[in-house]
Design a binder for this molecule. Structure first.
Ligand SMILES: Cc1cc2nc3c(=O)[nH]c(=O)nc-3n(C[C@H](O)[C@H](O)[C@H](O)COP(=O)(O)OP(=O)(O)OC[C@H]3O[C@@H](n4cnc5c(N)ncnc54)[C@H](O)[C@@H]3O)c2cc1C
Length: 158
């Protein structure tokens, strides 16, 4: 008699998205996909052409409620390359002359560092939305803006 299927708790309970290891037709054409790899440097020839990537493996560990990549000891390796395409997504606010002039400090993720009241490291200067939170959603940016306006109001009218 066939055994009843084992019922396991879902790895991604609602409302989290399912983790799907998607393989598209382009992936099937070839190539090796590697995850949890951090590129530390590029090596090129004297013509300025990239020849090699120096990488190491990382492990995602939860720290202070968020996942951060931790470099694995002795996991470094090199990959030969003649073309590198960077697909990094949002890697933090760019260098902004205004932020530089105001000497606004950055947090560990290179966003503008703010305290619990949206105030930056420079007294009287506030930041909200993607600049302070990192890439997110319109609704979060709008909510941040409303909250920051409240905080600014409280700062101006103590
Ligand atoms: C390609 C893309 C697709 C996205 N799709 C979605 C989506 O489908 N749904 C969703 O919810 N979110 C989406 N987002 C994210 C969403 O757009 C952002 O989270 C949101 O716009 C952040 O709002 P913000 O006000 O913090 O920043 P921004 O919308 O970036 O506004 C900042 C403003 O400040 C201005 N500025 C910058 N420097 C100065 C300066 N020195 N002086 C004066 N003005 C300045 C800029 O010109 C800009 O207008 C997407 C983002 C991108 C890049």
């Amino acid at each position: 008699m066939p055994r009843a299927p084992e019922i396991r708790p879902p790895e991604n309970p609602w409302p989290l998205w399912l983790r799907v290891d998607r393989v598209s037709s382009s992936h099937r054409e070839g190539g090796i996909r590697r995850w949890c790899v951090s590129t530390k440097s590029f090596e090129g020839n004297d013509k300025g052409t990239v020849k090699r990537l120096h990488c190491l493996e990382v492990e995602w560990v939860k720290k202070d409620g968020r996942f951060i990549p931790l470099e694995k000891v002795n996991s470094d390796f090199a990959l030969d390359a003649d073309l590198v395409l960077l697909a990094l997504g949002f890697i933090g606010p760019g260098k902004d002359p205004l932020a530089e002039a105001l000497r606004l400090e950055r947090d560990a993720r290179s966003n503008i560092a703010v305290d619990g009241y949206h105030m930056t490291s420079t007294t009287g200067i506030f930041s909200a939305g993607d600049m302070a939170r990192g890439q997110s959603l319109v609704v979060r940016a709008a909510a941040d803006g409303v909250q920051a306006a409240d905080d600014i109001n409280a700062y101006l009218r103590p």
